[in-house]
Design a protein around this ligand. Structure first.
Ligand SMILES: *[C@@H]1O[C@H](CO)[C@@H](O)[C@H](O)[C@H]1NC(C)=O
Ligand SMILES: *[C@@H]1O[C@H](CO)[C@@H](O)[C@H](O)[C@H]1NC(C)=O
Length: 351
């Protein structure tokens, strides 16, 4: 019994390692720009549903960038800035965009000199060319080529989203993620550091991932293996049953916690819905709940309906396992992994 449990744990660990080493892309890379522009690197910024894409030209010291924000409307402005002299808003050399009353996307530059800025148009301390903006559904994008100040490869960046009223940007929210949207970006290595360490959203995603990998990805399959392989040994009777129940009940409790963190993540990310991942997650929760409650309705061993109950219990059980694996893959697709060492991130999360 010890041996089979060990084997089961080992296979699960191997399985997870396989998942993780297939190397999943950050979600920024799954987006294709309508103008067919392709950038060599991209990163999911830590907060405000924002993404940065760029191609760095070392000989010219320029970066061709695209800044994309999802979940915004025509009454929002978006901005991305390099701050050559500081790390926050003051001194930020910003690219700003919003849709003005003519219906056109207005893209311009603004050098931020005070917290009371109205983001009026002004020139920057470095040159910017090919500046344009685009709105597509609930996404806003700013495109530009920037001459990196002092030919630096690593710069401090700030990004922001706020409301627009009569063609004029208004102050952004003074709380939560709007105060965490800063950090640094290295255009050469691709390393992006958020000023608040890992973004709070990224942390929530990791917690969600770990809880679900432990529950649906590990405990539940082990519970199934216990039932499937230990039942045959007379000596393991009723021990396998209690082990199975313990395993599945703990899996269910951890799974519900993981599921709840997923719902919270979903409700927090305005404008982004991972339909398949969410729907499979909801189905899994329903099926697993059904399994737990079906236990209470289990007919006695020699009851004439027991056969049908077994068929039902096994088919739902295997469906849950298959769906869980599919959903862990879908989740890994969504999980933002840094470009360097992507493959090891889940493994290190997990172990
Ligand atoms: C910028 O730096 C790169 C590498 O450090 C160098 O090759 C390039 O010549 C520099 N360009 C300018 C315009 O100074
Ligand atoms: C709106 O933006 C476009 C593009 O930048 C600009 O040409 C136009 O003058 C702007 N209209 C108003 C009313 O600001």
């Amino acid at each position: 019994m010890d041996g089979s449990l060990k084997n089961a744990l080992f296979s699960c660990a191997l399985l997870l390692l396989c998942f993780s080493t297939t190397g999943r892309a950050a979600s920024c890379s799954s987006y294709s720009f309508s103008n067919n522009k392709v950038y060599s690197t991209c990163t999911d910024l830590s907060v405000l549903n924002s993404f940065l894409y760029w191609s760095y030209d070392p000989s010219a010291g320029t970066a061709d960038i695209a800044f994309r924000v999802t979940g915004v409307s025509t009454s929002n402005w978006v901005a991305w800035a390099i701050n050559p002299t500081g790390s926050g808003m003051l001194g930020a050399q910003a690219l700003v965009a919003f849709q003005n009353s003519s219906g056109a996307m207005h893209a311009y530059t603004s050098s931020v000199q005070s917290y009371a800025t109205t983001l009026s148009s002004s020139s920057l301390s470095f040159s910017v060319s090919s500046l344009s903006a685009e709105m597509s559904g609930s996404q806003m994008m700013i495109f530009a080529t920037v001459q990196l100040p002092d030919n630096k490869t690593s710069v401090n960046q700030v990004w922001q989203v706020g409301p627009v009223s009569s063609d004029s940007p208004q102050a952004h929210a003074q709380s939560g993620d709007n105060l965490k949207s800063a950090g640094s970006v290295n255009f050469l290595s691709g390393v992006v550091v958020s000023s608040g360490g890992a973004g709070s959203r990224q942390r929530k995603k990791n917690v969600h991932g770990v809880l679900n990998a432990v529950s649906w990805g590990t405990l539940m399959p082990i519970g199934v293996m216990i039932a499937r392989y230990m039942k045959v040994f007379k000596a393991a009777d009723p021990a396998w049953f209690y082990l199975h129940i313990t395993c599945q009940t703990s899996a269910y409790i951890v799974g519900v916690a993981g599921w709840a963190t997923g719902l919270k993540l979903g409700s927090d990310s305005h404008g982004i819905v991972y339909h398949a991942h969410r729907n499979i997650g909801i189905s899994l929760f329903c099926l697993a709940t059904l399994q737990v409650f079906a236990l209470l309705l289990r007919p006695k061993k020699d009851h004439k309906y027991r056969f049908y109950w077994n068929v039902y219990h096994h088919s739902i059980g295997y469906t849950v396992i298959v769906l869980s694996i599919v959903n862990i893959f879908k989740g890994l697709d969504i999980l933002t992994l840094p470009r360097s060492g992507r493959g090891h991130t889940l493994a290190s999360l997990y172990f």
